[in-house]
Design a protein around this ligand. Structure first.
Ligand code: MRU
Length: 358
């Protein structure tokens, strides 16, 4: 995707394969800051502190974390320790353990080639993520096209929550991929962007992405979506996922569930866009998905730019007990469809297992 006409991915290596570079998303949209990752500790911090975020990008970054660790470790046992440590950086996005386990499985078959295997696999996961997101876009585009054909007199009105965009992946995004492809195909769309408290990924990142691509959008606070649906101003919702259980229950950014409830009450189709690596077939249902609890500071403060400097200001009384749960579970019954890189399916165990058998 382009930022000021320059093409960017969210993560890339240096020419000599010595380190990785990422966009420090904590500073977006106010500052475009490129940050280098040299070892597994840098990678852990970047994931934990959300320099990078979004399930697919967390997975790709962790894969490079194993590669960088392989440059500095002397035994498989040591590398396994690093792998376990990286997997604790954030608990909900399954792409993290998926990527780490995938690399470690291959490396443990031939530890002497660890560096080569890790680099090849990390590069492959990165490249495949781009292709998967593009393919999610193509499948989601069909849904948007259908809605546009039924009502060609106005732009298709799409609501999204958090950022499941190219900055949450390597390129295109999951939830945003159908939007980019629809816009590029000349279908008029307009996106309602939930701000997504407490870290405001919608206000800071999705609004930034859509703006850079020239897609019409409007930023709204998290509680507006229900009213807009009642007013018939939303044709469909598309969100991402951090982990989807085998019965189709979806973990995604906190607040997603409430949007799905409102969508159900107002007959608004509610889609979840995700690559196959975001399914967790080991879990029967969403209740088993670990929910990340983050620092209260994120709820107690708001970050913005003041006189050219990024600042945080406190908004709650000193000492107020505060709870900061990062994700919620949307039961499968509220999900109209799962838009995957292999096609759009119903959110149920039968269709999910069929998808994996293909
Ligand atoms: O806490 P974040 O910003 O990592 O949460 C991101 C989301 O909830 C996304 O919707 C999800 O990871 C899908 S990203 C394509």
């Amino acid at each position: 995707l382009k930022i000021k006409e320059k093409h960017f991915h969210s993560i890339w290596k240096d020419q000599e394969d010595k380190f990785c570079q990422i966009i420090d998303q904590r500073q977006l949209p106010h500052k475009l800051s490129i940050h280098q990752l040299h070892n597994s500790k840098d990678v852990f911090t970047a994931i934990r502190e959300m320099y990078v975020r979004g399930a697919p990008l967390i997975g790709v970054t962790a894969a490079y974390g194993i590669y960088l660790a392989s440059l500095h470790t002397d035994s498989l046992a040591e590398l396994n320790k690093v792998a376990d440590y990286l997997k604790t950086a954030r608990p909900t996005a399954v792409n993290l353990e998926w990527a780490v386990d995938l690399l470690m499985e291959k490396i443990s078959e031939d530890y002497d080639s660890a560096q080569r295997i890790a680099l090849e696999e990390a590069n492959r996961i990165r490249t495949e993520s781009i292709a998967e997101c593009k393919s999610i876009g193509a499948h989601g585009l069909k849904i948007i096209e259908e809605i546009y054909k039924r009502n060609p007199d106005r732009p298709v009105q799409i609501l999204t929550h958090c950022n499941a965009g190219w900055l949450a992946c390597v390129d295109y995004g999951t939830a945003t991929a159908p939007m980019y492809l629809a816009h590029d195909a000349g279908i008029p769309i307009h996106v309602w962007v939930d701000e997504t408290r407490p870290r405001n990924q919608g206000a800071r990142i999705t609004a930034f992405e859509l703006g850079q691509h020239g897609i019409p959008h409007t930023l709204i606070v998290d509680n507006v979506g229900g009213l807009l649906m009642q007013q018939k101003k939303v044709d469909l919702a598309i969100v991402g996922s951090d982990r989807t259980a085998r019965n189709g229950d979806v973990a995604n950014k906190i607040g997603t569930y409430l949007k799905a409830l409102a969508a159900c009450d107002n007959d608004v189709p509610f889609y979840v866009a995700l690559p196959l690596s975001t399914f967790d077939l080991t879990l029967d249902s969403g209740v088993q998905i670990p929910i990340e609890e983050r620092s209260p500071t994120e709820v107690e403060t708001v970050q913005g730019i003041l006189n050219g400097k990024i600042e945080k200001v406190k908004i709650s009384p000193e000492g107020t007990p505060t709870l900061n749960l990062g994700f919620d579970i949307t039961p499968a019954k509220f999900v109209t469809g799962l838009i995957t890189n292999k096609g759009t399916i119903k959110a149920n165990e039968k269709e999910i297992l069929k998808l994996f058998k293909q």
